[in-house]
Design a protein around this ligand. Sequence first.
Ligand code: C2O
Ligand code: CU
Ligand code: CU
Length: 420
Amino acid sequence: KETATDQYYTVTAQESETQLLPGPKTKTWGYNDSLLGKTIIFKRGKKVHITLKNELHELTTFHWHGLNVPGPYIDGGCHAPVYPGQSSEIEFTCNQPAATLWLHAHPCPSTAQQVWHGLAAPVVVQDEAEAKLPLPRNYGVDDFPLILQDRNFHADNQWDYRADYDPDGVQGKTPMINGTINSYIDVTTQRVRLRVLDGANRREFRLHFSDGLEFAQIASDGGILPEPVYFTKVMMTCAERDEFVVDFGKYQDGDEVALMSDDVPLVHFRIHAFEKETTQLPEHLVDIPDLPVTPGTETRHIVMSGMDEEVALDGKKFEMQRIDARQKVGDVVLWDITNSNEMVGGMIHPFHIHGTQFLVVSRNGHAPYPNEHGWKDTVSVNPNEHVQIKVRFEYTGVYMYHCHIIEHEDGGMMAQIESF
Ligand code: C2O
Ligand code: CU
Ligand code: CU
């Protein structure tokens, strides 16, 4: 329901089953759906009222990943449990740039298992600045969310989290895109916008087209980039969102091309006859303010270390009763995040902060990647790398920050900051 000033939603976490393969259905979870959930749209400037319902057999929380909201209860991390059979209400005004965010479960320490069962859904923020840009935005026609995940199928087509468990993150052999296998998209316009979320518990995706087609990235986690960045291959790590515009102009009716990760096809694009585009993608998209670091603030050093059960943040494991750091509302503080990797072939840790969008300053002292010049809430930190970001909180409250390999997060590679 929606009025001129308000939006109303009910989001129910539920257990269900889904026909994913021939034969027995797979037990799955979802939001208002049997698996994952439909895109939730917030309009900038409107007040949002959401009823959160838990129809699972265990407690859950409803975390708005990337949403800039006041305090831990609306944010929906560990601090905001909704018990089985219960519901709760939240209200906030959406006031941030147009972006692709997501909703996922976040009860500590069983986030990984709940997201794995299907508690994840796309969230789209719309605003006027984005609406003026000549970009595809006709949902389901030339604008598609793509949730990238991977699963294993065991006996009777069932998933088995415990059988697949790995403290460094659970992976599967079968790509699941938007909760489907062998996914395809019918292309009926020359330009198509893909709002891609790495919704896997652990896996990185190295996205490219089967024929090397170049594509443009137009947005990162927290909104539209200053200008399109062109790639033939781009990596996404857990929880990151990249929006791409793909130009299928060189293909003809009947052609097919696949979006791949390494040598595995994720989505097949079936080309149909379309009208020729007469416009180009603009060279400039939006202005991103430069946040000068607040004088007198000290750089915050953060170290992610370990593997398996040994993972830690600043040498400690997460404790909900402990506040690990404090930062004044409105201050812009430099955070320096290190992936200290004593082992051979270490892992990439995607570092995420709740309740804010930040700017990436540098990687090991060098310029960030070309697609890191916009708002981010999750940044990959490579083995033996330190990444500097500028962080500002707009609201008071306690916010978590952690590795977004979800088993690392559940394993304690997480801490919390109070903004005051
Ligand atoms: Cu995607 Cu603690 O979050
Ligand atoms: Cu989050
Ligand atoms: Cu990690």
